[in-house]
Design a protein around this ligand. Structure first.
Ligand code: ATP
Ligand code: MG
Length: 496
């Protein structure tokens, strides 16, 4: 394959973008966005619940969808962390144990109420043409009920929950309670407006995005009911009219932390899309960023446009000594869990390192190596933080692998896990979960978190949970600490 030599000037202007979609969207994300099959299924509406790990690209899909919907004239409502606070919910509402709350159902009703109100408010905004169809009724309702009193998003949700709470836990006669609850669950206040809303939606479209539900996640009863109620509401609202669509994103660990969700998985499974990346699609993602950045700065646009992804890559990153011309891609992607944010960060740091010592491209392998320790340490910390509510203190479990050889036989690993669970090897902050883990559980946790890769067939490839969905871990005889953690844990290949 033809190699590409780039102008040395590109070294100074090259830019892989920012690590989060919220910032990337104003810098051209749409132009270098990778349109995966997952994106297509969300766009078509076949899927509305987006699952993915941190940095896998949930917000990227939502931001690009939102931008394209706006460009097509749709109304777009984006709900973000400022709009929900788990702490506030827990401190405002009575606990489940205070009475027959059944919070998930209450949250589902409150979410439906909130979303319908937000949609109607959006449609009734000043200047909107709502005279046709059911517009007048909606306008009147919003003016009369939500005109003077402008409650914020969370306050609206809480106000409805408070109404439910008052009926459920308040001093009300039993017969009346059932009647009142029925009214609240059926959203009686707005129920009669739904046919009008449908008529308005016949020629207007509203799309709602609920992202970053994990921000401030505290694993509380309210947090769990908040998210599982949202799932229920989402399924119900999306059934009303094809021109109204609610999209929700969720991190895998959060999903696993909410029993009500995975126990009910069959109800939403057909709506759920999980983001996954391959080496090829990650290569495409970086190549697009290289081309875009060079073109924006006016360099070598044609040559890069014509070049294949791998050629673009190797024009920027030189291979490790003794590997093939494009070996640096394998080197870097092997140090990720196949999440775009990781590769963007690693590439950006290597580029920074290169700028300090050289004036030409490609970035020498030594610059990649110099950036590796910082990258690796950051990743270990971030991964442990992702699990802080389920497995607090996970970083101190990672630490146990410090300085050891990279690969383990099953027996050796089981023994290590047993010593960890028994406390023979001390860890910090793990008391709530580690002692009850048997070796198989801990191996599974470490494999899911990304620290360990497993070798399903003797002599074959080691596979991480980012590469295969399911693996019979019980049958695996050999494991290996993933390369991403090697630099920070001082793990070295022993040669010879
Ligand atoms: N399909 C894509 N095409 C181009 N860039 C992408 C794509 N998906 C993700 N990215 C980039 O990867 C980085 C991480 O993506 P994003 O911020 O969407 O992750 P996230 O899943 O929302 O993470 P978090 O859980 O932290 O919110 C961003 O820089 C984003 O622009
Ligand atoms: Mg995000």
């Amino acid at each position: 394959m033809a190699k590409l030599i780039l102008s040395p000037k590109i070294l100074n202007v090259l830019d892989f973008g920012t690590p989060s979609a919220e910032r990337d969207i104003s810098r051209g994300l749409e132009k270098y966005f990778v349109e995966s099959a997952a994106y297509q299924r969300l766009r078509s509406g076949a899927k509305t619940i987006l699952m993915g790990n941190r940095g896998a690209g949930k917000s990227a899909i939502f931001k690009v969808l939102a931008k394209r919907e706006r460009a097509a004239g749709s109304h777009v409502i984006e709900l973000s962390p400022e709009d929900y606070s788990y702490e506030l919910l827990s401190s405002t509402l009575a606990a489940e144990s205070a009475g027959s709350w059944v919070k998930q159902g209450a949250y589902a009703a409150a979410w439906k109420y909130l979303i319908y109100i937000l949609v109607m408010k959006e449609l009734a905004k000043k200047g909107m043409r709502l005279t046709k169809g059911g517009g007048r009724e909606i306008h009147r309702y919003i003016r009369d009920h939500h005109g003077a009193r402008q409650l914020g998003t969370l306050a609206l949700l809480v106000s409805y929950l408070k109404r439910l709470e008052a009926v459920k836990l308040g001093p009300i006669e039993a017969g009346l309670r059932t009647h009142e609850l029925d009214r609240l669950y059926k959203l009686e206040e707005i129920h009669d407006l739904l046919p009008s809303l449908c008529r308005v939606l016949d020629d207007q479209r509203v799309v709602i995005f609920v992202d970053e539900l994990d921000r401030g996640w505290d694993s509380s009863e309210d947090a769990k009911a908040f998210v599982s109620g949202l799932f229920q509401a989402c399924v119900s609202i999306n059934g009303l009219h094809p021109n109204m669509r609610v999209y929700v994103s969720l991190r895998q660990e959060l999903y696993d932390d909410i029993p009500a969700l995975y126990e009910d998985a069959q109800k939403h499974r057909d709506l759920m899309e999980k983001i996954s990346w391959t080496e090829e699609s990650l290569l495409e993602l970086i190549a697009k960023r290289i081309r875009y950045s060079a073109r924006e700065k006016g360099f070598e646009a044609d040559a890069l446009e014509r070049a294949e992804d791998r050629v673009c890559w190797s024009a920027v990153f030189a291979p490790p000594p003794g590997t093939s011309w494009d070996g640096s891609f394998a080197y870097m992607v092997d140090r990720t869990l196949y999440r775009p944010r990781e590769l963007i960060q690693f590439c950006s740091e290597a580029l920074e390192q290169a700028r300090e010592r050289t004036t030409r491209l490609p970035v020498p392998h030594s610059a990649i190596e110099r950036s590796e320790y910082g990258y690796s340490a950051e990743r270990a910390k971030d991964i442990a933080a992702e699990y802080r509510s389920q497995y607090p203190g996970l970083l101190s479990v990672f630490e146990v692998f410090r300085g050891r050889p990279p690969a383990f036989g099953r027996d050796e690993l089981e023994l290590l896990c047993l010593e960890l669970a028994c406390g023979d090897i001390p860890t910090r902050g793990t008391a709530s979960w580690l002692a009850s883990c048997d070796p198989d559980d801990l191996i599974e946790i470490l494999w899911r978190a990304g620290l360990l890769a497993a070798q399903p067939a003797p002599g074959g490839r080691f596979l991480g949970s980012h590469q295969v969905q399911h693996l019979n871990l019980g049958a695996v005889r050999r494991f290996r600490v993933h390369e991403m953690f090697h630099a920070s844990l001082g793990i070295a290949e022993r040669t010879g």
